[in-house]
Design a protein around this ligand. Sequence first.
Ligand code: FES
Length: 579
Amino acid sequence: MSKHKPSKKTKPLRSESWFGRHDRDALVHRSWMKNQGFPHDQFEGRPVIGICNTWSEVTPCNAHFRELAEHVRYGVLDAGGFPLEFPVMSLGEPVMRPTTMLFRNQVAMDVEESIRANPFDGVVLMMGCDKTTPALLMGAASCDLPTIGLSGGPMLNGRYRGETIGSGTHTWKFTEALKIGTMKLDDLPEAEACMSRSAGHCMTMGTASTMASMVEALGMGLPTNAAIPAVDSRRKVLARMAGRRIVEMVKEDLRMSRILTRQAFENAIMVNGAIGGSTNAVVHLIAIARRIGVDLTLADWDRLGREMPCLVNLMPSGEFLMEDFYYAGGLPVVVREMGRFLHRKALTVNGRTLWENCKDAVNYDERVITPLAKPFKPLGGIAVLRGNLAPQGAVLKPSAATPALMKHKGRAVVFEDIDDLHARIDDPKLDVKADDILVLKNCGPKGYPGFPEVGNFALPAKLLKQGVTDMVRISDARMSGTAYGTVVLHTAPEAAAGGPLALVQTGDVIELDVARRRLHLDVTSAELARRKAKWRPPAPHADRGWVKLFCETVNQADEGVDLDFLVGKSGAKVGRPSH
Ligand code: FES
């Protein structure tokens, strides 16, 4: 039962501007809608709930959403609401090219305008595969209606020839094994099938699981939203409860801006450290915060994450998978363990505080969720690096890095772009040693374009064959949340925007010192100025359409990679009549 106090004055429903009138427009709105079999009483004062669905067969992680949406619908009907499902563009991480991140803001625009233009009083956001979660939260935040997030849930654990395997994480491992010949090409079809054996999103603590955890930590999802496996019947129950609850939220006028406060974002950053979450959450949370009006920065990530221990022993940093995380008690246990750090009074969608929801959670497996007193890894947060190579910042995930490389000085081996990397990285004649630093340019938001997950690029084959397992890699790209390694990412400004990364040459010396948060290019200012004078921006990727708009208006990584004109919100004012 909600403890949130609804506002005393009951506001008229937004949907009444469509359905509650007696003029020609209302006749048109109701009459055409009735062709779907809705009885007249559905249009009489019931909260209209939009079920925003990212189902698509080319988004395999969300392919079960048609059925899940039916359970949301049952819940809305249970509570006396009027459910109306609507599709938005979906983003399938494993399929789309050049990268789903190129389209996150496009989906956010789709969501925002779909909500604002239609007769919704409240919205349930159905999210799963990586970018679908931030895209939907960003778009909905710019409307600020009562909104609840429902994640689709992770796949069941992968199992291959007696070994537990994790999505993404084992993609990198299998690829490296193929490169050095310890796995045969003929084994690959079986391994692929064993990795993805049920509906749901990646079941490692990759970006999808991280963002589902962020939904719960932010208070935007019901308790246990993050971890219930996609195929577990309790995921359907959660969907039904979300449907019931959103109707109450409309009656309480419990809008997103009441939940997505600075405190909520600070909680999410700390929880991200405790779960060993993806570096992608940095970009997404900053973008969502700026939509709702909270000025979240990289400095917040470093300040709040610096001391955060990692409690969750999940791949890619650890051993277990999301199914194990759920059986151990899931995110409520992490919140309970972290209680002394968190803003306990932050409100959540069920009308209770985060602490009220989680304070009695029980840890059923301390191998999977370690106690705060004995953390799985001492450092779980995201390290924000600065220096003359990254004046606006860069990030690194200490829990996924090699401790011995966290302080390292080495010679740069530079790849000008992804094509240069592909052409030379496995060349036996490549002049590279294990203690060099690999630098990849022009893979940022404008450069690729779209800011792809290539920052964890594979090591040179000749070094892999020598048994080298990690090297410092620096780029303006992102990396998959399922990846690992001593990888400096999101270097800003990016090379294609004229950032100092563009000026690095093979043979330069670079210093990385994670403890001191330092990323330094050992080249004089005068020499850098000389190189900058000669630098020319890359040719535009497109002369029309979305890619042109994206490249011309996208913000840098430290600002969330939103389009500059989409930052902020416009609310959900009802537009002029259409007829
Ligand atoms: Fe969809 Fe990983 S590919 S969540």
